[in-house]
Design a protein around this ligand. Sequence first.
Ligand code: HAM
Length: 449
Amino acid sequence: MTKNTIQSIKGFKDILPDEVGYYDFIENVIAHVTEQYSVSQIRVPIIEKTELFNRSIGNDTDIVNKEMYDFIDKNGDSICLRPEGTVSIIRCALEHNLIYDRGVKKQKFWYYGPMFRHEKPQRGRFRQFNQFGIEYFGFKNTESDIEIIFLLNLIFERLCIDNGITLHINSLGTKEDRLNYKKIIKQHIDKNIGKLDDNQKKTLKNNPLRLLDSKSENMIDILEGIPPLYDILSTESKSRYDLLLKKLDSMKIQYIHNNTIVRGLDYYNDTVFEWRHELLGSQNAICAGGRYDNLVEELNQTPVPAIGFAMGIERIVEILKHVNQSLSEIYNIIPIINITSENNTYCALQCRELREIMPQKRFFNTDSTSSLSSQLKHAMKMNSHFIILITDENIKDSSFTVKTHANKMNDIIVTKDKLLEMLSELHDDDCSVQDELDDDFETPGEPDE
Ligand code: HAM
């Protein structure tokens, strides 16, 4: 790159070929799990009217106040790059009578795509980032909260990142509960008002709940001893939350009741949650959401209870890289090494046949013009536990040479049928190669027992 090379905009990141596979993997898991739960996909535009978000997310939230990519277009209209998906999905669902048509219609939708927020870029925080989200409409009872938690746990399991994840959960109660609690926060902080910096004073005035999730030490000290929001919840919200936690306990779902989960968007009520991963830095929320039973009514005078979440895909990619999940392990990419001296069409035809018979497997042909050792080096770099070699000897008797982890990567000569059997025993979805391959094949150099 020379000095004059134009670079990307701060906070906007390129996704290079090495990384795209992680996105593919995550998207495949999402597509599969949403299908299992019969959630329908919706695709909405990236640009919306600015007013849509101003009216719904909350004028005193960071997103609306300072992070919107809004501008006046050539027609003089105020439009913006969407900062999140929930409100767009509601706009779309109302516009097409999907969730209300002379009565509430129960619907489950998912979406995936880029969101835009003019935040301060840092590790795990971008100005363009991808979210996968789900929104359930028309479902009011705790079963829907639980279904969402189950669905997410299944996704984390399939992504093999379920270790290190913690579910933090809280209840924000009703609008009235929050108004009462805001008064309590103000009273509590009043005697220490001199210790607040200008930003904290502004938050105290406009959105005091946000002080609860402040990471600054002076605020943590000042808030010490404040009664938790839970204590002043209305009877209905409290019993709903108690019932939810009781059900989670009885189903042995791990969670942390966390009073400081207040969320950065104004539309929530009752259940709110955040999944955090221990491997990430300060931006450790990989997925967050909650109930927003009043938002649809605020936008359209039609009461539709709702719950949803959104997951930050870049943060999931970071975890996958952290846990050392190489793409070849995720996908079980199987390298094929061609070391035939001539008759290269034989190898190409065999590979074509393998791909036809096993469409779900991913094969990678290494560069056949390179030496055996450099092809092997390349295969090893891919962390593959299963390598296929085709040699001149193999051509003579229509066999294959195979190196497997289970067999300490020694050469094994197998017939095509045996190769297919071994390949079909490799698990595609458990992030690792099945170690227990049958050992009823010939291993050169090893005496017969
Ligand atoms: P949110 O908490 O603003 O909620 O975002 C959800 C997730 O998106 C976060 O937990 C994080 O993983 C990811 N995320 C947010 N901002 C960034 C960023 N600047 N860079 C990278 N990742 C980011 C919402 O957006 C709500 N619409 C969620 C929801 C759906 N609530 C109900 N339904």
